[in-house]
Design a protein around this ligand. Structure first.
Ligand code: ZN
Ligand code: ZN
Length: 315
């Protein structure tokens, strides 16, 4: 990848001013680099820093996808802060053209946005797409968490060009990447996405409860996920915990494994780890899921999603 920025301070600021005026080009060239994703936040509900969560990580929902010249961010939980720092370090003054796809506006999926560094650089363009919140428009909800007295800088005041679009269609494109959305079974409006890249597809359902009593809904979900290379899905509860949390809108591990097997998914990532689950518990759930697959003689690979891990798509 070519670095067009100068090391000279003066010309750098001139370049920055010029870059702010010109239309941004996609930050990633259409290189033959394979599509990949990186986990920046894998926790559900609330960040959980501390010694018992260092292996899997304590930041909330955020996954970066780089594919076909696009940088697509899935959710802006607290993990997006670290992604922002990485993008600024990597691209310096080159303008970034980023797309953020939000599944919904629960705090654990938007709380990192005020701390997303590229939003504070005038040369960057950030397009935020999502479906409306429960009662208010998406823009009102996102700006609301940055209003005084919650935050010192308003969303409409940040220097980057931020465009918030409320989606109505369930199928759209981000550059050459086709995106399909589907409503999840979760309180208020929440969707999951499937991204079709030239190297394979990624499905993302960070918050979802599979309703075992509704065979029709399960069948539709299986159809939606069929043959996905990667499925990242809410597996917040084990079977015992799920009995106490039925109807809360979060996934039961055994049900999700069964669904992924049925849909012939290649790789399943356990996601939205419960804030009360320490590293040992998450490793246990991963082992349990692998046993379920082995018992069914399935080919499905299962991993518990871990902060900082990169996955190449189609491998
Ligand atoms: Zn959540
Ligand atoms: Zn939620």
């Amino acid at each position: 990848m070519k670095n067009t920025s100068s090391t000279d301070g003066k010309s750098r600021s001139a370049a920055r001013a010029a870059a702010a005026k010109e239309r941004p080009v996609p930050a990633v060239s259409r290189s033959p680099a394979p599509a990949r994703l990186k986990f920046w936040g894998v926790r559900g509900s609330i960040p959980t820093p501390g010694p018992t969560t260092v292996r899997y990580g304590g930041n909330t929902s955020c996954v970066e996808v780089r594919a076909d010249g696009q940088i697509i961010i899935l959710d802006a939980g607290t993990g997006v802060r670290l992604l922002g720092r990485q993008l600024v370090a990597e691209f310096d003054t080159r303008p970034l053209d980023l797309t953020l796809l939000l599944t919904h506006t629960h705090w654990d999926h938007i709380q990192g946005l005020p701390f997303f560094l590229p939003a504070y650089q005038p040369q960057n363009h950030l397009r935020i797409l999502g479906y409306e919140g429960a009662r208010h428009g998406l823009e009102v909800v996102l700006a609301g968490q940055m209003e005084s007295p919650f935050f010192p800088i308003g969303l409409r005041e940040v220097p980057a060009n931020v465009r918030i679009e409320e989606l109505k269609e369930m199928s759209f494109n981000v550059g050459p990447v086709r995106v399909q959305a589907r409503f999840a079974n979760h309180p208020s409006k929440c969707v999951g996405y499937r991204l079709f890249t030239s190297d394979g597809s990624i499905a993302f359902f960070p918050d979802n409860e599979l309703d075992q009593r509704d065979a029709g809904a399960n069948r539709k979900m299986i159809d939606f996920l069929r043959g996905a290379d990667v499925l990242i899905m809410d597996t917040q509860f084990d079977t015992e915990e799920y009995q106490q949390h039925t109807g809360w809108g979060h996934g039961c591990l055994d049900d999700v494994v069964a669904l992924a097997l049925e849909a012939k998914v290649k790789k399943l990532f356990l996601f939205h780890h419960d804030p009360n689950h320490d590293d040992a518990k998450i490793s246990q759930m991963q082992a349990h899921a692998r046993k379920l697959v082995a018992a069914r003689k399935g080919k499905l690979q299962v991993e518990a999603a871990r902060e900082g891990v990169t996955v190449e798509i189609g491998k």
